[in-house]
Design a protein. Structure first.
Length: 591
């Protein structure tokens, strides 16, 4: 091997190690990799940032914006509202949920589709007195299966499409070119999930009681009785009856005296510290209905707390979150941001420790209280995802049809090759802003900038793997084996390797690493590169073994009460089915 080969292989290996380690976010690792590649000459300095102008990057950003516009228009919420009217048959409900999210994920961001359908799944699980774990993993896996059916369904398809145009000189894959293989795989996967797969899922509690996830029970929070409070001289019983629901005063602190499990007739005094046990929604109602204030809220005035400018929001810690390994106290949530952390749930169970001192982990659910704009900005920066819980936010009905119409027009124009996908969806995004489907603020908030940075940084590194001859060298070694096995087996191997890689690193990174190798293997076997590119696209979309392989899997971890090892129990047989179904379909369609 030449020096350049050692350098590019070492650099990519080091990048993958840091991806798997998870100490730093994907985008930070990717950018560091690009800079090192530029410094050592693997990527020309003048071309270091050309990845950000790649059509794949533009398309991914546009699809995320359009997905947000469709959400605001009420498309998914309209469907969700009708799903809540289904009967009591669990199989019927699960079938409708999985089919809805699978089809929806083919045309919009799969994380968005899953996040919007999760409240429906949780409500149905409570309605049937079933564990939410039964519903949530099929829903997440359905979102992944649906994404592989169309060009815009998932970033790997967009990347592979653009890579095909750049590396082979052919046109990019069309809107529905993925359907013959992706549709067949999705159909087989959904049938497996509904007929057998869901029975393999461990039945976790997903919460301490039926009111799990979005109304996590038994958060214990401290409030103060102000000097001029209307509750001075009122009793514990009167406070507990202020709102409907299960609210309990568990302790009262007065100077140096503590009233544990206080009598219902105990009267409050000025500056009493009252410990409340309640659900998140009921605690919010209590603050709105009284003049009590949260303890230690130096950034929040009494007027702020009793106004509409303060919300209680639940958010989940994702795989690339800045919060992992940190606590609210070390981050100075209160003093620096004016945000209170009211509770933390892990694997569906509230942690009893003081919320401020808990070190956060992937999949944790945080209950935050503060200004909604501040919280939304911060959780985006922190790499968290808000959970749309207390009632679905229905879009304006009058924009439902226009939203669907513009989206359908973009699909049609792209499918018939009239205009490129990036132009079509950027146009729809602009029209949605002009039509006030979403604000400019929402445009920038809807884009997952960590993915954009990741793509822009890794694309030049991926090209370096090709230009240095590294991809060809890897392909030659693989061809030594491929010459001795049938062509279908070679396709299955590339698919399996891509699938395995996507289980431990971001699927976009997996595609960009595997695509050059796949093209070189196809060239060595004198077959169409499309077959191997399609193998990479399908494999990279199937992250079923771990909660860190895809954000959909991470999103359901806390609400479903899943443990790290739960995913492979349904995911492994599903991945085997994907390989068995995708391989012959790829050969029939693309050879």
């Amino acid at each position: 091997m030449q020096t350049e080969h050692y350098m590019i292989f070492s650099l990519i290996t080091l990048m993958l190690v840091f991806f798997i380690w998870g100490k730093w976010r994907y985008d930070v690792v990717a950018m560091a990799t690009l800079l090192i590649a530029s410094f050592v000459g693997l990527v020309p300095i003048d071309n270091a940032f050309e990845g950000f102008s790649n059509p794949a990057v533009i398309t991914v950003a546009a699809v995320l914006v359009v997905s947000k516009g469709l959400t605001n228009a009420g498309v998914v919420d309209f469907i969700a509202k009708h799903l809540l009217k289904t009967g009591d048959n669990t199989m019927v409900q699960m079938t409708l949920l999985v089919l809805t999210v699978t089809i929806g994920s083919a045309f919009m961001n799969n994380i968005g589709a899953l996040a919007l359908m999760m409240p429906v799944a949780l409500k149905l699980s409570r309605k049937n007195n079933k564990s939410p774990s039964i519903f949530l993993m099929p829903l997440a896996f359905g979102s992944l299966l649906g994404g592989m059916m169309t060009l815009i369904g998932t970033p790997p398809n967009i990347i592979i499409s653009m890579y095909r145009a750049e590396s082979t000189g052919s046109s990019a894959f069309g809107m529905f070119d993925f359907l013959p293989v992706g549709g067949g795989v999705a159909l087989a996967g959904v049938l497996f999930i509904l007929l057998l797969g869901w029975r393999l899922i461990p039945k976790r509690t997903g919460g301490k009681s039926a009111e799990d996830l979005f109304e996590i029970k038994d958060y214990i929070t401290e409030v103060l009785v102000p000097e001029d409070s209307q509750y001075i001289e009122k009793t514990v019983s009167e406070l507990e009856s202020t709102i409907e629901g299960d609210l309990k005063v568990v302790a009262v602190y007065r100077n140096d005296k503590t009233f544990a499990a206080p009598s219902l007739s105990l009267k409050f005094k000025s500056n009493d510290s009252v410990v409340i046990e309640s659900a998140a929604q009921e605690f919010q109602e209590l603050l709105a209905a009284t003049d009590l204030v949260l303890a230690e809220t130096s950034k929040l005035s009494q007027a702020d707390i009793s106004s509409d400018e303060i919300e209680i929001i639940e958010t989940v810690v994702m795989t690339n979150s800045f919060l992992i390994g940190r606590s609210a106290r070390s981050m100075k949530f209160r003093s620096r941001y004016g945000i209170n952390i009211l509770g933390v749930a892990r694997e569906g169970v509230r942690i009893k420790n003081t919320p401020d001192t808990i070190s956060f982990r992937i999949g944790d659910i945080l209950l935050l209280q503060g200004n909604p704009d501040t919280i939304n900005d911060l959780i985006s920066q922190w790499g968290c995802l808000p959970l749309a819980g207390r009632g679905l936010t229905l879009g304006k009905t009058k924009k439902l049809l226009p939203g669907i119409g513009m989206f359908a027009a973009a699909i049609a124009l792209t499918a018939f090759g009239i205009i490129p996908v990036q132009i079509a969806f950027i146009s729809v995004a602009v029209l949605m802003v002009v039509g006030k489907f979403l604000s400019l603020r929402e445009v920038y908030e809807s884009i997952d900038w960590s993915i954009i940075i990741l793509l822009g940084a890794i694309i030049p590194v991926s090209k370096a793997l090709e230009t240095t001859g590294g991809a060809q060298l890897i392909a030659q070694n693989i061809l030594g084996i491929a010459d001795k096995i049938p062509l279908w087996a070679s396709i299955a191997v590339v698919l399996t390797v891509s699938m395995t890689l996507s289980d431990i690193v971001n699927n976009a990174a997996a595609v960009l690493i595997m695509a050059p190798i796949a093209v070189e293997i196809a060239s060595g076997l004198s077959v169409s590169p499309d077959s191997f590119l399609m193998s990479v696209a399908i494999g990279a979309s199937c992250s079923f073994l771990t909660p860190i392989g895809h954000q959909s899997n991470t999103l359901i971890m806390g609400p479903g009460g899943y443990k790290f090892g739960d995913y492979w129990k349904m995911g492994l047989p599903l991945e085997i089915i994907v390989v068995c179904v995708a391989t012959p379909l790829i050969m029939l369609t693309w050879l």
